[in-house]
Design a protein around this ligand. Structure first.
Ligand code: ADP
Ligand code: MG
Length: 461
């Protein structure tokens, strides 16, 4: 009937506006390369934020000794201890504990947060066996993975630019997070030294490199997304320090540009109502925090303008962020012939009952449209980085595969998304080149990476 036709019109328009033909994706990748050059030339030279990590040496595999890591990046944090065996010794022993951050500490004071973290670390150390005792006079060493925007000032210092991901602790902004952690460890009576400060992408790059020699890029696709990659130090005009011996420097790429992106009215509205309008547009199309919300907005329009769920617009459907990406992915992945899971999700989350099979199919189709656009754009972003480092073509003499270390809950759990991302990257690179690139899931590499970097920056070397 007329309503159904109207609903289908909305879906069709969404489909068209979200289109990501290969030509478009190549444009996105090319635009990204231009922006990366500008971002490396000068601070604020591009909308694309490019930060320098001060990591100029990735793990070699020769790291040796006992090291710790703290990984703080979202709602959970991890304490990790690794025993590194040195050349050919590998990872002898690894142990970790994961603790969630109490919500009140996410909006409290700097001291309260760091005291909590240091106390968990002290607890972890108090429980360990004698074999981990250090000789007198030797400090324990720690790598700190802190996944919030930081203006780094050395490998082991950096000031917090702003909080993200629901954290809001005003008195910490502008402070050196390593100094704050060090003071809190002192208050706990812990004699420890922070030897490296990284974020999750740099940690994943370092952790990935320990397992796969060819790692050149790390990408996190979780609540948010960003990337890190190995850049030639000479290609960073804004770097005024000494040129590192390795000739290389790890750069951090934030998903903060917006040229050539296929945007819809739903994306614009979501952005306008967000905490950071006009910013991180690319991230808002590809990452876990937003995909489900985009689907909700389209469904709401269909309910309002085409009575897609009946005469009454389901009230729950008006609640922002009520449809989370894990639920979207569950619906998208529903393989039952009558889409029982879609029915259940619509009922449980949105209180929409009595949906027809036909309507449920449309819901799945919408999930597919939004996830496909996101994952194909993410692939284009990866192509941009590969282009920047000249790995988008096959060069004579290149024997090692270039490895992309991936992590994050979206990549790990949303299989349609990750499959589509990998296919699209192959499609973009072409058969010959794609044989020289591999994507590896570097699960929880970010903490390990920080411990490895603490090892290679140890003052005891
Ligand atoms: P963070 O990015 O906060 O460090 P993770 O890497 O664990 O945390 O990613 C968590 C995000 O991954 C969630 O916010 C969600 O968007 C996404 N996610 C988790 N599980 C799934 C799932 N089953 N399907 C789709 N997305 C998921
Ligand atoms: Mg994370």
């Amino acid at each position: 009937d007329r309503r159904w036709a109207k609903a289908m019109e909305i879906v069709k328009e969404m489909q068209e506006k979200c289109g990501t033909p290969i030509g478009k994706l190549k444009q996105v990748a090319d635009a990204m390369v231009v922006e990366m050059h500008a971002g490396l030339a000068s601070e604020g030279g591009s909308k694309l934020k490019m930060l320098i990590s001060y990591v100029d040496n990735l793990p070699t595999g020769d790291e040796k000794g006992l090291f710790y890591a703290l990984d703080l990046g979202g709602t959970n944090f991890r304490v990790l201890r690794v025993q590194l065996g040195g050349k050919d010794g590998g990872l002898v022993n690894q142990e970790f504990t994961e603790v969630s951050i109490p919500p009140n500490l996410m909006i409290g004071t700097s001291d309260a947060l760091f005291d909590y973290i240091a106390a968990e670390l002290a607890k972890f150390i108090a429980q360990e066996g004698q074999e981990f005792e250090l000789p007198p006079g030797k400090q324990r060493e720690l790598g700190f993975t802190f996944s919030f925007p930081v203006m780094q000032t050395s490998i082991a210092s950096g000031t917090l630019v702003r909080w993200t991901k629901g954290f809001s602790i005003d008195d910490a902004v502008g402070l050196d997070v390593v100094e704050e952690l060090t003071k809190a460890m002192k208050r706990q009576g812990l004699d420890m030294r922070v030897s490296a400060l990284v974020n999750d992408t740099v940690g994943t790059l370092a952790g990935g490199k320990y397992s796969y020699k060819g790692v050149a890029v790390a990408v996190i696709l979780g609540t948010g997304s960003n990337a890190a990659y190995v850049e030639s130090a000479q290609a960073i005009p804004k770097w005024h320090g000494d040129l590192p011996k390795s000739g290389e420097m790890v750069g951090k790429v934030y998903c903060s540009w917006s040229s050539h992106l296929p945007l819809t009215e739903y994306d614009h509205a979501m952005d306008n109502e967000s905490l950071n309008p006009g910013e991180q547009i690319f991230e808002k199309l590809i990452s876990g925090m937003y995909l489900g919300e985009i689907v909700r907005r389209v469904l709401l329009k269909m309910a309002e303008e085409a009575a897609f769920f009946g005469d009454i617009v389901p009230p729950k459907l008006k609640t922002p962020f009520i449809l989370r990406t894990p639920d979207m992915s569950a619906m998208h992945n529903d393989t039952s012939s009558d889409l029982i899971l879609v029915e259940k999700k619509l009922k449980d989350i949105l209180e929409i009952c009595n949906t027809s099979l036909q309507a449920r199919k449309v819901v799945v189709e919408l999930c597919n449209i939004v996830a496909t656009r996101g994952s194909r754009l993410a692939a284009a972003g990866i192509l941009g980085i590969l282009k920047k480092i000249g790995k988008d073509t096959v060069k004579d003499g290149d024997e090692q595969k270039t490895v992309i270390a991936m992590d994050g809950g979206l990549f790990e759990h949303y299989s349609e998304y990750s499959k589509c991302l990998e296919h699209t990257l192959d499609e973009l690179l072409g058969e010959e080149v794609s044989k020289t690139i591999s994507i590896e899931h570097a699960s929880d590499g970010s903490g390990l990476g920080a411990a490895l970097l603490a090892a290679s920056h140890s003052p005891y070397l």
